[in-house]
Design a protein around this ligand. Sequence first.
Ligand code: NI
Length: 165
Amino acid sequence: MAVLEIKKIPEKVLRSRAEEIKSINGEIASLAQDMLETMYDAPGIGLAAPQVGKPIRLIVFDIWHPEDEPNPHVLINPVITAKEGLDVMEEGCLSVPGVRAEVKRSYRVEVKGYDLNEKEVVLEAEGLLARVLQHEIDHLDGVLFIDRLSRVKRELIKKRLRRMR
Ligand code: NI
């Protein structure tokens, strides 16, 4: 296991559409383990493969609290199959350091994907978990949370990011 380097904007891999995973093999399993370790180390509650430089459709997440036992999840080729409601919550991203902003997303989602045993998984999530899933699946399409802000807010953040760089 290893803690991987987290790619930050403006790295190109964060802006590309990630490829479907065709074969869930040992390489994928070990990458998923490394991604979980990287996520807990950061610390964060979700991580998508493009964030560690791998443009493939793999996400890990755990909406943990420091006092909880870890409850790691791995999802391969995840797809949002239903969404409902609206919710606004503040978000940040390990690939966009120093920025937090309120993002409008669906309150409830159904997500289908596969686990490391090639078993189909259907997740029904709401609230924070639904948000994490939408945020991480966005990463697989090269979309960052700052893209989901109003134009005015996005411009302000872009200016701030340019100054930080
Ligand atoms: Ni993110």
